[in-house]
Design a protein around this ligand. Structure first.
Ligand code: 13P
Length: 258
């Protein structure tokens, strides 16, 4: 299997001081335990303004950077935006797309997300497409219908090879930032659903992450869920001991899987 992907989404939190502390401590851990990250692929997505700086800070470490967002447009007069080609010029290989916070606060909808996914793939950037239902949608048992629509919208402009190149992150909105992870059964049920759905759409080995209140105490439980290829971590990725715990468990758990 591909190495599992462990992504830190730093959102619009923290700053250089905190980031440097985390990277410095992680470097020290790696000096004691050079195999710490060998079993997984690690990506950190800071605010755009820190991308180049973070690449430089991480240059000795086996960690890549990713963007939290990308423009749906080709380069042009779009003040405040960042084109996929610009990310690619800066050697950024990953981008989150359609995070629920962008859907909620910036009103990103299916067609915008579809264009963002396409723009990434055109530039060799792997999109990590975030999907997830709200509390209300789950209460009304509409989660599968909602996720199916989000997936179908997101890949509406792609050919089969492009569909297979995407990563997906199941992030139920009700489990984000609240400290209460979704139960394993719900994660398993949705990752199975996503895997079947994507297989029917031409992606036989869909790469699916889970995100929503992952921390060092529950990470192992998430790694054990079938069909998952990793996790997308918010708050816990900015608390060093939490982040380290997640990375350690990922490496140890996946090292045992052929
Ligand atoms: P938390 O881990 O803080 O719940 O955030 C999850 C998330 O939104 C990652 O993209």
């Amino acid at each position: 299997m591909d190495k599992p992907l462990i992504v830190a989404n730093w959102k619009m939190k923290g700053g250089k001081f905190l980031y440097l502390q985390i990277i410095k401590k992680l470097s020290q851990e790696l000096t004691h335990d050079p195999e710490l990250l060998a079993g997984c692929q690690v990506v950190i997505a800071p605010s755009l303004i820190y991308l180049s700086w973070l690449q430089e800070v991480l240059r000795e470490l086996p960690i890549e950077v990713g963007s939290q967002n990308v423009s749906q447009f080709l380069p042009g007069a779009y003040t405040g935006e960042t084109a996929a080609v610009m990310l690619s010029e800066m050697q950024v290989k990953w981008s989150l797309v359609g995070h629920s916070e962008r859907r909620q606060w910036y009103f990103e909808e299916g067609s915008t997300i579809a264009h963002k996914v396409l723009r990434c793939l055109e530039q060799g950037i792997t999109p990590i497409v975030c999907v997830g239902e709200s509390t209300e949608q789950r209460t009304h048992r509409r989660q599968f219908e909602v996720i199916q629509k989000q997936v179908e919208d997101a890949l509406s402009l792609l050919d089969q090879a492009q569909v297979a190149a995407c990563y997906w992150a199941y992030e139920p909105v009700w489990a984000i930032g609240c400290g209460q992870i979704a139960d394993s059964a719900s994660i398993a049920e949705m990752s199975h659903f996503l895997s079947e759905l994507l297989s029917g759409l031409g992606s036989s080995k869909a790469k699916i992450l889970y995100g929503g209140s992952v921390d060092s105490k529950n990470a192992l439980e998430v790694f054990r869920v079938p069909y998952l290829s990793g996790v997308l971590v918010g708050s816990a990725s900015l608390v060093f001991m939490e982040w380290l715990g997640i990375l350690r468990q990922a490496s140890q758990y996946y090292a045992r899987i052929p």
